[in-house]
Every structure is written in structure tokens, then in C-alpha cells.
Design a binder for this molecule. Structure first.
Ligand code: ATP
Ligand code: MG
Length: 400
């Protein structure tokens, strides 16, 4: 395995790293790669994509466009992905000629909730009881125990999209019709106490490193707040979550940054008695929104590790040097006083110690759209919380 170092290549080009997808995750990958001296190329059809705007090269084609893929292979020594809905066949095409991480097979599993859940079962990590629904017959055969539940499309869901909560069989039937009878997974609705995630980075040589478990608060199916400091989760649970995430990454023979999302069930609930307190929800084959705090609170960010896994540089266990809280900044914060977008009070927010603002360069604020995030670091967790709560108040976000 050759290390792909930054600098001028034999043909006089600059070593270039590529990313499939031009969203905010691609933008932060581009920033990390560029800060290490690499050139970058982004493939995304949107001329105003957040990553395309900051990359040396922006190839504006569809993900499966042959010419677009050919240009990526011509420019790039290695290619990663920032968006799990990049078609696996595109990664397969690229992977035949270039270093691609994560690989198409792992991404294909993460793209499909049925395959993903089967992988959890294989790894011996408990997940929500579920049924695959791909036919009217499978719909009829659903066990009563799965209701109330959440019907989720097997593919292409994000931020709670493509999901319908159902209480009865009648609701299940009409929900499946509403989702156009595409392949779905019905999950039992679990009594959540909270949610957490673990981000691991795994190298091509099998080395795995991890960030500490992140405690996540979702609102309306979208991540709102991530808190990471000693004591955010009971130690035994945190350790269990890390080993489960490592087992899932190893089981995929994964190369790259992987996020594993977990549910923490209410203690004493029937589901917790059956499944245990920690239940895996889903994986994302890329850096994750719950890992943005690593940019300011750790000696290496999740995007730095994405670069290292891609180019085969050494993976060293990252160290979190400050307690951290991340507030996700959704378009709603711009639209507080009606439909006319108003800039949030950044000066007041940034007057608070330990706050750093990252905005993704999206031109238009829409409700539920991820516009940026605010990281808060402090010497101790209590101070981080106090500052984060004050920032939330200034921004008009509900306390947590
Ligand atoms: P993203 O990719 O943005 O994380 P998603 O669209 O893939 O989101 P999920 O992670 O499946 O969606 O679900 C979104 C949220 O809905 C979860 O974080 C959790 O709060 C809630 N949820 C999902 N499944 C269940 C379940 N089986 N029981 C209880 N709550 C659930
Ligand atoms: Mg999720």
C-alpha cells in the first residue's frame, strides 16, 4: 500500500484528492485535504455546491456520468465520498482504476437499510426488531409486535425523510402506499432515553481509531445538539458503543471514516430487557454531523482522519483536548421572523468565549436545511454547557 503524499507528481501535476458529493461534509474534507497541501476535486452537479465552491476543481456532472467519472480518475490519485447516496456503481467504476475509500461494497450496505440491519445481526450488535417489506405478502405477514413502528424506505432516506410513524395495520398499509410501495423496513418504535454515535476511522491495514461517543439530541428527525465530554454517557455504555462500532467497521472490512448511530433505551422498559440498553440505529459511510465538534475540540478532526485513511498515512488515536458542544444551525434560525431571511446575531454569539462558527456557504436558508454549525469548547463541561445554552438562547433555539 503506497502512501499518497501531497506535492508535485512525476507528470508535473499536483497530487489531487477527489470527493464524490459537494455538500458541507465534502467542503470540510476539502478544507482538511487542502490544509495538508493536497489539491482537491469535487464531483457534484450543483454549480453552487458548498464543496465545489472551495475546491481547486469542480466537475459538474451527474454521479454516474461517464465523462465526469473519467475526469475524476484523470485528476485524482484517490477518491472518497461525502454522501451515502452516491451510487455504488460509480464508486465501483472509480475503484477499478484509483484508490477509493470507503469501497463500493461497504457503501452499498450502508445505502440499504435491509442490508445494513442484516450486517448488524451478523456482527452480533442488537438493533430494533424489524421486518423487510418489499411485497404485499411481506406487508401482510408483519408481526403485531412491530407496531407501533416506523416505516422507513430502505434507500435514500436522510434527516428523517422517507419515514412514517404507524400505530396500526391500517396506518401501515396506507403508509406503504404513500411511500409508493418501494422496498421498506418497518422498525418497532423503541422507547428512547437518548441517542449517541461513535465515529471510527479504519485504515487499509486494519488499524482502527475512534473518537469518544457523542451524545446527540435530535429534533424532528434532525440532529440538533451534540455534547461530548467525560460523563456524557455512563462509562460501561460508552465502552460498549465503541466496541460495537469497531466490530461493525471490521465486519465490513471498512476503509475510511464511519459513523455508527445508536439508541439508548429507557431503563427497565420491555425493549431494554429484550435488547439491552444500547441498540444500533444506522451507519453512515463518511464523516458525520455529530462529529463536527472534532474540528475544534480534538487534535485531529474527523476530516483529517478521512484524508489519512484515504492516502494511507498513519492513523493515530485522536485526543479530545476540550469538552465540546455543537449546535446545528438550521435554516429556521434565519427565518424566525417570517419568510424573509434575517442574519442570526453572530456578533453576540461570537462574543461568547470558546465559540467558533462554521457556515457552509449555502445561498438560501430553508426550514430544516443545514446551514452551518456552532462549536463551543471550554475548560470544563459545565462552562461549555453554560455558553452553549446562552448561544442557543441568542439564536432562538430551544434549551436542551
Ligand atoms: P439521518 O441519516 O439524518 O441520521 P435518517 O433519515 O436516516 O436520519 P434515522 O436515523 O433512521 O433517520 O431516524 C431519525 C430519528 O428518528 C432517529 O435519530 C430517532 O430520533 C428517531 N427514530 C428512528 N427510528 C426509531 C425507532 N425505531 N424508535 C424510536 N425512534 C426512532
Ligand atoms: Mg440517523
Amino acid at each position: 500500500m503506497k502512501t499518497i503524499l501531497p506535492g508535485t507528481t512525476a507528470s508535473g501535476q499536483q497530487t489531487t484528492l477527489g470527493v464524490m458529493g459537494g455538500g458541507q461534509l465534502g467542503r470540510m474534507f476539502v478544507h482538511a485535504a487542502q490544509s495538508m497541501g493536497y489539491f482537491t476535486a469535487v464531483l457534484d452537479p450543483d454549480p453552487a455546491s458548498p464543496a465545489g465552491l472551495v475546491s481547486h476543481f469542480h466537475i459538474q456532472t451527474d454521479y454516474l456520468d461517464e465523462q465526469g467519472l473519467a475526469q475524476m480518475m484523470q485528476r485524482c490519485a484517490a477518491i472518497t465520498t461525502e454522501f451515502e447516496n452516491v451510487p455504488a456503481p460509480a464508486l465501483r467504476t472509480l475503484g477499478a482504476q484509483r484508490v477509493v475509500a470507503p469501497g463500493a461494497d461497504a457503501v452499498a450496505i450502508a445505502q440499504d437499510r435491509s442490508l445494513e440491519k442484516a450486517h448488524f445481526v451478523r456482527c452480533g450488535v442488537p438493533c430494533a426488531p424489524y421486518a423487510v417489506i418489499e411485497s404485499a405478502e411481506q406487508l401482510r405477514a408483519v408481526r403485531d409486535a412491530l407496531l407501533p413502528g416506523i416505516l422507513k424506505t430502505a434507500r435514500l432516506g436522510y434527516d428523517g425523510k422517507g419515514q412514517i410513524r404507524v400505530n396500526t395495520r391500517a396506518e401501515l398499509n396506507s403508509a406503504w402506499a404513500q411511500l409508493k410501495s418501494v422496498p421498506c423496513v418497518l422498525e418497532q418504535m423503541l422507547p428512547l432515553a437518548s441517542e449517541c454515535s461513535v465515529i471510527v476511522a479504519r485504515g487499509a491495514d486494519g488499524t482502527v481509531v475512534n473518537f469518544p461517543p457523542q451524545l446527540n439530541l435530535h429534533r424532528d428527525g434532525i440532529l440538533a445538539v451534540t455534547q461530548v465530554f467525560d460523563g456524557n454517557l455512563p462509562t460501561a455504555l460508552a465502552e460498549k458503543a465503541v466496541s460495537a462500532a469497531v466490530a461493525i467497521a471490521n465486519g465490513l472490512d471498512y476503509v475510511g471514516v464511519l459513523c455508527v448511530e445508536f439508541f439508548l433505551l429507557q431503563q427497565g422498559s420491555a425493549a431494554a430487557k429484550e435488547l439491552g440498553t444500547l441498540v444500533v440505529n444506522e451507519i453512515a459511510p463518511r464523516p458525520h454531523n455529530s462529529g463536527h465538534y472534532t474540528i475544534d475540540a480534538c487534535d485531529q478532526s474527523q476530516f483529517d482522519l478521512q484524508v489519512r485513511t484515504l492516502v494511507h498515512l498513519p492513523l493515530v488515536q485522536p485526543r479530545q483536548h476540550s469538552p465540546a458542544i455543537m449546535l446545528n444551525l438550521l435554516g429556521d434560525l434565519w427565518l424566525r421572523s417570517g419568510e424573509e431571511a434575517v442574519t442570526p446575531p453572530w456578533s453576540e454569539v461570537l462574543a461568547l468565549p470558546g465559540t467558533t462558527l462554521q457556515l457552509y456557504g449555502k445561498l438560501q436558508a430553508r426550514r430544516g436545511r443545514k446551514m452551518g454549525h456552532l462549536n463551543i469548547t471550554a475548560a470544563d463541561a459545565a462552562q461549555a454547557r453554560a455558553t452553549a445554552l446562552r448561544a442557543a438562547e441568542l439564536l432562538g433555539m430551544a434549551p436542551f
